[in-house]
Design a protein around this ligand. Structure first.
Ligand code: ATP
Ligand code: MG
Length: 177
C-alpha cells in the first residue's frame, strides 16, 4: 500500500534540522507544491529565511508564531508569554492542516515546545492523526517524544560530531541564521 502523505521528523543534537526542512521547501517549490512552515519557538532573532521565503511566494508561506528561546540566550519574556505564543502556533497549525490547502506543512521547533511543556504532546498527536491523508507533515526540534516517533514514517536524528560553537565560534549569518 502506498502512503500519500508522510510524517517526517528531524531531531537530535546536531545542526541541520531546520535547514533540512528548508531544503525540502526549495525542492517542493520546484514542483509548485504548496508549503507552510510555522515556527514555534523562533521569533526574536532575525533569520535569513524570513526574507528569502518571500521569493518563494506564493507556494511557500512562513509564519513566525513563537517567541524567542525559552530560558536561554536572549529570553526576556515571562513563561506565560511563551505558553500563549506556543498555543497560538498550535491553533494556527491546526487551522492550516485542516484547511486541506497544503502539500507540506512544517512545524518548526515543535519538539522543543512539547519538551518545554508549552504544549501537550497529545495535542500534537491529534494533529498528526487528523491530518488530511495526502498532507506531508514535518516536525523539527530535538528531544522528540517516543509517542511522536511511533506516529511518524520517517525520523532522522542529527548527531553532533563537531560544532564550531564548542570552540567559541559564534553563529554565522547565512549559515546559522
Ligand atoms: P539549523 O537551523 O542551523 O538547521 P537546527 O534546526 O538543527 O539548526 P536548533 O536546535 O533549531 O538547530 O537550534 C537553533 C540554533 O542553534 C541555530 O542557530 C543553529 O545553528 C544552532 N545549533 C544547532 N545545533 C547546534 C549545536 N549542536 N551546538 C550549538 N549550536 C547549534
Ligand atoms: Mg531548528
Amino acid at each position: 500500500m502506498e502512503k500519500d502523505g508522510l510524517v517526517i521528523v528531524y531531531t537530535g543534537n546536531g545542526k541541520g534540522k531546520t535547514t533540512a526542512a528548508l531544503g525540502m521547501v526549495l525542492r517542493a517549490v520546484g514542483y509548485n507544491l504548496k508549503i507552510c512552515m510555522i515556527q514555534f519557538i523562533k521569533g526574536s532573532w532575525h533569520y535569513g529565511e524570513l526574507d528569502s521565503s518571500k521569493r518563494l511566494e506564493p507556494e511557500f508561506e512562513l509564519i513566525t508564531a513563537g517567541k524567542g528561546f525559552v530560558g536561554i540566550i536572549d529570553d526576556k519574556s515571562p513563561r506565560e508569554e511563551h505558553e500563549r505564543m506556543a498555543q497560538e502556533a498550535l491553533r494556527i497549525s491546526k487551522e492550516k492542516i485542516q484547511s486541506g490547502k497544503y502539500d507540506i506543512i512544517i512545524l518548526d521547533e515543535v519538539n522543543y515546545a512539547i519538551n518545554l511543556d508549552l504544549i501537550d504532546v497529545n495535542d500534537v498527536l491529534d494533529l498528526i492523526n487528523s491530518k488530511p491523508s495526502n498532507l506531508n507533515l514535518v516536525l523539527t526540534g530535538n528531544y522528540v517524544k517516543p509517542k511522536i516517533v511511533e506516529a511518524s514514517d520517517l525520523v532522522t536524528e542529527m548527531n553532533e560530531i563537531k560544532h564550531p560553537f564548542k570552540s567559541g565560534i559564534k553563529a554565522k549569518r547565512g549559515i546559522d541564521f
